[in-house]
Design a protein. Structure first.
Length: 89
């Protein structure tokens, strides 16, 4: 399983805190989009899209037919809506 770092802003960047969370996947994670202090999305290889709505626990979001895609970026709008983008071939 991959472990990645989340930076939690506490006012200004100089006071950011690093927290380790287990993503529950072995995919290489490449994109992250935080909507709020509690909602964030990540994307990665093998069609991986993950979401947290409370921190500490990540849910896999299935994208049908995307198992072979390499998602390079993610842009989230809220806890239910996000865009994922794949790399150029």
């Amino acid at each position: 399983m991959r472990v990645f770092w989340c930076l939690l802003g506490l006012g200004v960047a100089a006071h950011a805190q690093r927290v380790t969370e287990d993503s529950g996947t072995t995919a290489s994670l490449r994109g992250i989009s935080a909507v709020s202090h509690t909602v964030a999305w990540v994307s990665g290889t093998k069609g991986t899209v993950l979401r947290t709505t409370g921190g500490g626990t990540w849910q896999t979001v299935k994208v049908p037919g995307a198992e072979a895609l390499d998602f390079r970026a993610v842009r989230a709008f809220d806890e239910r809506v996000t865009f994922v983008m794949k790399g150029w071939q």
